[in-house]
Structures are given as C-alpha cells and as structure tokens.
Design a protein around this ligand. Sequence first.
Ligand SMILES: [Zn+2]
Length: 317
Amino acid sequence: MGPLMQRVKFGKIEWIQGQNQGHFPFCNTLLIQDGIKVVIDPGAGLELMTQVSDHVNVDLVINTHFHFDHIAYNYLFRQSKIYLNEIEGECFQDRRNILKRLGMMDFYGDEWAQGWLDRISRPDSVQSPYSPQNRHEWWLSTERLDGTYGWGDMMDFGATKMEIIGTPGHSAGTCCLHFPDEGVLYTGDIDLTSFGPWYFGADGDMELFIHSAETIAQLDAETYITGHEAGIVPRSDFQAGLKRYLEIIDRRDETILNALAEPRPLADICSMGLIYGKKFLIDEWVRAWDAQAIQKHLDHLITRGMIKCSDGIYIRI
Ligand SMILES: [Zn+2]
C-alpha cells in the first residue's frame, strides 16, 4: 500500500502533505484542479506524485525555485508545461547553473562539475545518505523549461488567481505564492523548520531572507502553507513561529563567536561542523554549504564589529 495521501482543500487548491511530513528531501505540494490544472513544487514523493500524474491531466507545473526537493518529480508530468522563475530558469537550460547557484562551482571547480553531470545522468550512481546531490531526478526533472514567470505576475487558472511574491534570500529567484481569494500563502522554504533558515548557496543572502520572511508575515493571508514539515499554519502561529525561526540566525552567530574564544583560521572553523554537525561533513555538498554558511556569518560578524580578520585569522574584538 502506498502512503496515505493527506489532503486539505482551500477552494480548488489542495495541500498534499509530503512524504515523511514533508521533511527534506521531500516537500509539501499544492494541486489546483481548476480550468487550468496546476501542480506547485512536485516534491511530495514518488508515489504521491505518481498518483497525481496518473489521475489528473496537469497542464502546468510551477517550481518556486530550482532546489532538488521542489523539482524532484517534474519528470512525471510529461504532458505538462514546466515553469520556473525567470531568474533561475537558466538552471534548466544549462545544469551547470545549478552548481553555480548552490556554490559548488566555486568550491570544487569545473572538473568536479563535469563529474557531477556524469553522476546525475546515470540512474545507478552511488548516493550520499546526507544530501540528494547525486540523484538521477536532477537530470530527469531539469530536462526542459517551457516558460518562466516574474515577481509580481498574476496567474489566472479559472476561479483561482495566484500572485507571485518575490522572496529572495533562500535562493536569488525564489517565490511565495499568494492566493488572495482563498487567503492562502504557500511559503516555499520560509518554512519554520527547527533547522532554521537556509541561505547557504552562492545565491543565498541572510539579510534578504530576513526581509522576505518579515514581508510575507505582513501579507493579507489567513493560512500559511509551508513547503516543509508544519504544512498548514494559521496566520498568528506563523508570525510567532517566524520569530523563533529567525532567531536561529542569531544563534548561529553566537555559535561562531563561541568557537572564536581563541583566534582561528577559516579552515579550522569550517572543520568544526558548526552549522550541520561534524559527522555530516563527509558529504561534499554539506561540507561546502557549512563552509559557505560560516563565511556568510563571519562577514556578518565583521559588519557588526564583533570580530576582525587579520592575516587570515579570525579574532573576537
Ligand atoms: Zn529550497
């Protein structure tokens, strides 16, 4: 028996809870069965998404951003048009742009990138337990791009209208999707998880993330649907949860400050696993993201006047 499909409806919009409560690398998906039939972020899981692709003539698949967990099952929707935001659309035209945006190109270089393209092109590549870096779905689900949308666009599916809200920070082009008539906002990866905000890619930005999160908390929506875990969150709970969620950014600053009780070079700080935990650093992607997160926070602490960097050594002031 396949996983039980948990669905909640708002007008013609259905929330499909992702496998494993939508924990990464799954996500919560939306299905809109209107005049135009739409799937938003088909990452809920293979069986759940197959149930949808088998039973609904989906016209349009919309990805809020290019990350694996939000695009993984695009490939099941062979008859549908695939849309991604216009900033990140390049990722489906040349897959190297995925690596550039995630920071892997800078971190590991061109030759490594070629190896990655080879690994994802085959269904039998060795997988990492800690990231979906080598999954074949990367290859299958980025094969075509049929259109792009921009921030501020209004899309009309029949009875359902959808406004694209640009919410950069998690990635450069990522969006939240606002359904004004139903009072619903799909928040993508402004997701209130206990891990905290993710802005660790080369195209991620901590300050923009905070700004985007605070902006959506003020939108006219009664129901927030997060891209992972919690799922359906009433407005007041979203605002309270968001405060705790954004405070995790401050705690990361504190963790790094504590690690600088004695002066340390960057490589030393990055070997400590301060963001993900040490055991996860064996995964190449996690190691790069941990290092990029550390670098972003070190820059932030320098801007705040709390540390300085002298001859490559970081020192508390
Ligand atoms: Zn994401």
